[in-house]
Design a protein around this ligand. Structure first.
Ligand code: GKR
Ligand code: MG
Length: 433
């Protein structure tokens, strides 16, 4: 393939486009999702005019890091990803260390995690560009797929019918889900629309008895379908043990019932229910204690904050070595991220649980063609790169929305969004129950 070898893979330009994407009023421990949420789209353009795509969190602190990184990448090759990861981005540790990210939903924030979250989008964009240049799919660059489609679970949320009156927002047709019947109805729609065969309920919103009732209703309505409940650490150890004992037989796993490795270890020791996490193991440094204490039985990877697709493979290999399961966490995201998630998930041999995705909640995307779920699965693309194409008009429209924002939506704050409906709301201290 002489023409490939002759290609100039030097990065000529990196384009960063912050956008605001419509998001329905989904409830969580922090409050409610904002009507529009920030994402950052990264385009890496080679000297030959090939463009690779990446996507990550779009809050200001990510943007601030992405800008110097874009400068450092320009002039290097898209094959220079390892050296890019070794680059000092000049993160001001004192400004971010110790603070928690997304209200703690993704664990404790460190400067390195922030750096990795930004780098991940650059890694994906470089792999996309390289794959396009070579005519190879991203999964091939990662060693090749071991499955032709990736299983996702329906991500159920307690939800209002609409954002508060007077708040600019997009309408959605999912309806409200505020009790067991509403949750079951939402699950039915997920199954009808996308064929999902497993369900995860985002909990920590209502007192545990109500969430137990919702899981029981799901089990009754969908016998044999794997179920998960994730209260994002809102419960004490005692409450977690009680819920685990009540729901144990119905759950595939219980996700982050209590906050932190010691609490999770105690819950795990006192119940036989497998515990999953995207809160107490969110960095490589946290693995040793959690695995030694047998605090978690499933780690939810996320290529964004774990630092990309290759790091996700490393994490999966570590989990495998320690007999810990692996699955995938998600946060509000678009199709570029879903494509990246699908490529890497297709290469992980020890992935035995359906991955999380928020994608069905997103009515907007920056792709010319949305990715689709058949039977809850996304087919692994064999097209060059990620196998997705950018819709520039849509990207520009969503960027104009970001540019027009007065700053109130550019840094995601679910507690602030909740205060619109409930003045005086503050994110409850944990454990709440
Ligand atoms: O979208 O509200 C949400 C979720 O809570 C989201 O933040 C994540 O999925 O980190 C969450 C989780 O699974 O724990
Ligand atoms: Mg979780």
């Amino acid at each position: 393939r002489a023409t490939d070898a002759a290609r100039d893979l030097t990065v000529a330009e990196v384009r960063l486009t912050p956008i605001l994407v419509a998001d329905p009023p989904l409830l969580n421990t922090q409050g409610v999702h904002q009507p529009y949420t920030p994402r950052l789209i990264v385009e890496v353009v080679t000297a030959d005019g090939i463009t690779g795509l990446g996507e990550t969190y779009g809050d200001t602190k990510y943007l601030e890091l992405a800008r110097p990184l874009a400068e450092r990448l320009t002039g290097r090759s898209v094959m220079d990803v390892n050296r890019l990861f070794a680059t000092d981005l000049g993160v001001d540790e004192s400004r971010i260390s110790g603070r928690v990210d997304a209200g703690g939903l993704r664990g404790v924030q460190t400067a390195d995690k922030l750096r990795l979250s930004v780098l991940s989008a650059f890694e994906v964009a470089c792999l996309d560009a390289l794959g396009r240049a070579l005519g190879l799919p991203v999964h091939a660059l990662l060693g090749g797929k071991v499955r032709d489609s990736v299983d996702y679970s329906a991500y159920l949320f307690y939800k209002w019918a609409a954002h508060p009156a007077g708040v600019p927002s997009e309408k959605d047709d999912w309806g409200a889900a505020l009790d067991p019947a509403g949750v079951v109805e939402q699950a039915r729609r997920f199954k009808e629309r996308h064929g999902f065969t497993s369900f995860k309920l985002k909990g920590g919103v209502f007192p545990p008895e109500q969430e137990i009732a919702a899981v029981r209703a799901l089990a009754e309505a969908f016998p044999g379908h794997p179920l998960r409940l994730d209260p994002n650490g809102a419960w004490s150890v005692e409450t977690s043990v009680k819920v685990a004992r009540e729901l144990g037989d119905l759950l595939e796993y219980l996700e982050d019932p209590a906050l932190g490795t010691p609490a999770m270890a105690e819950v795990a020791a006192r119940t036989g229910v497998p515990l999953a996490t995207n809160m107490c193991v969110t960095t490589f440094a946290e693995i040793k204690e959690a695995f030694a204490e047998d605090a978690v039985q499933v780690v939810l990877s996320d290529h964004h904050y774990w630092g990309g697709l290759r790091n996700t493979q490393h994490l999966a290999a570590l989990c495998d070595a320690f007999g810990v399961g692996v699955s995938m966490h998600s946060n509000t995201h678009l199709g570029i991220s879903l494509a990246a998630m699908t490529h890497v998930a297709s290469t992980v041999p020890n992935l035995h649980h359906a991955c999380d995705t928020h994608y069905p909640w997103q009515s907007e995307d920056v792709l010319t063609e949305r990715l689709t779920f058949e039977g809850g699965r996304v087919a692994v693309s064999d097209a060059p790169g990620l196998g997705v194409a950018l819709d520039r008009d849509e990207l520009a429209r969503l960027h104009r929305r970001w540019a027009a924002d007065d700053g109130s939506l550019r840094d995601r704050d679910d507690a602030a969004a909740m205060r619109v409906a409930e003045p005086g709301w503050v994110t409850p201290a944990v454990p709440r129950w």
